[in-house]
Design a protein around this ligand. Sequence first.
Ligand SMILES: [Fe+2]
Length: 141
Amino acid sequence: MSLFKWSSAHSVYLPEIDAEHRAIYRIGDELHKALLAGAAPARLQPIVANLLETAEQHFRHEERLMRAIHYTSFAWHKGQHDSTRKRWRALAKRIAGGDTDATGELLQFLSEWLRGHIGVADRMMSARLRNYLRFNTSLAS
Ligand SMILES: [Fe+2]
C-alpha cells in the first residue's frame, strides 16, 4: 500500500500550495519505495534530508503567507508545524545514528500527519487566503 499517494482529495484549491504538497508526497513515496526495496541507510539518508528540507521550506512559505494576511489562526497552525518539526528532528537524528526502524516511523508519522493537517488546518488557511485574494491582487510568497 502506498503511504504517499496524492489525489485531488488532498487539494486545498491553491495551486502553489498543492504543488508543494505534491512534492512532499513525491519524495515521501520515493523514500518509502527505497525502504521497501531494502536500501542501505547511506542511500536513505539523502532522501530523508531532501524530504525534511522540502517540508521545512513549505512550512516557511505557509507561515509567510499567513503572516502576510494577519491570519487569526496563525499561532494554532504554526504550533502544528512546530510540534511536527520537533518530531521529525528527533527521528532524523535516530536515522543519522543508524536506527533502522526510525525511517519507517518517520514515514508512518508523516503520512498520517499530512492527511490530518492538510484536511483541516491547510484547508482553513487556504479558504482564508482565497478570500483575501478576492480583494487583493497580490500576495507575498
Ligand atoms: Fe500547514
